[in-house]
Write a new protein. Structure first.
Ligand code: PMP
Length: 286
């Protein structure tokens, strides 16, 4: 069945939705995005995603296409029209269509392009992967230096996922100057003793919305949180490892470059944080 998607003020069947070939999102990757999960028909941490979108737009001097209230209404309308119980809402804002190709940013009269669509994933919170854990490989982080901005420049993350697949793994962790930055599409964590360790916030990583919530819950549960860079060797010697993202929540990592982490099975800290995260976020969903 065809989805109903949103393009610049209109709800349309997906086959009828169109964006210009001159759109800067298409020609220049001049665009930012957000992915918000839906559980039980409700949005998970919409406020967090709306705030990060505003920040990404601000950092790139890109106009905001509409207010947060309007964005929320569009998200909800798409959930309803597409009958989404569990899944994701993908949102993208581009610098619009100047009618030609030019490196210079277009004048303010060129309006941003706003596109949203749904991805239905029934039962996504019961992913079998959460029970067995993920295998990851390490690869060099050769992305640009503003990873804190959620741009659609996803070619290297895509290549990283393909490298992982080729190596028989599920994903890749990116390494720069000997230290893990993050996963291809998630934030990376290790657990040593009672300590949850994850890279500190800077331009080097995306400031995960799930990361912020999970660290808050970890502290509330009296876990010790250390925000600092760590190495792949530390990850291999850790008791546990896991990732977080809006669509995977908290997902255990059980193998790094072919070496089992801890027992080689999902650990108790990741399991507990996943449970708390899902419980609390379901309660707060709107
Ligand atoms: N880092 C990167 C590079 C990502 O692409 C993502 C997910 N988009 C994340 C971290 C996790 O962010 P969030 O928890 O907001 O989904």
């Amino acid at each position: 069945m065809s989805r109903t998607v949103y393009v610049n003020g209109e709800y349309l069947p997906e086959e009828e939705a169109k964006v210009s070939i001159f759109d800067r999102g298409f020609l220049m990757s001049d665009a930012v995005y957000e992915v918000t999960s839906v559980l039980g028909g409700k949005l998970i941490d919409f406020a967090g995603h709306a705030a990060r979108l505003a920040r990404s737009l601000g950092e790139l001097d890109m106009a905001s296409p509409c207010s947060d209230e309007e964005l929320l209404a569009i998200h909800r309308e798409l959930v309803t029209r597409n009958g989404i119980t569990d899944g994701m809402i993908y949102l993208q804002v581009t610098r619009g269509n100047p009618g030609d190709r030019d490196f210079a940013f277009p004048p303010a009269s060129v309006k941003p392009t706003l596109v949203l669509f749904t991805q239905s994933k029934p039962g996504m919170a019961d992913s079998p992967m959460a029970k067995v854990g993920m295998k990851v490989i390490s690869i060099e982080d050769i992305r640009w230096g503003r990873r804190d901005i959620k741009t659609v420049q996803l070619l290297y993350p895509s290549m990283g996922k393909m490298m992982a697949k080729k190596a028989g793994a599920d994903d890749a962790w990116l390494v720069e100057d000997g230290y893990v930055t993050e996963g291809t599409s998630n934030n990376a964590y290790i657990v040593k003793g009672n300590k949850v360790i994850t890279r500190d916030l800077s331009d080097d990583i995306l400031h995960g919305i799930t990361r912020a919530a999970v660290l808050r819950f970890a502290r509330e549960a009296q876990m010790e949180v250390e925000e600092r860079a760590f190495t792949i060797d530390e990850a291999k010697a850790a008791d546990e490892a896991f990732i977080t993202s809006a669509s995977t929540f908290v997902m255990p990592v059980v193998e790094m470059d072919g070496t089992a982490i801890g027992t080689g099975k999902p650990g108790p800290v990741a399991a507990r944080l996943r449970e708390i995260y899902l419980d609390e976020m379901r309660k707060a969903a709107i």
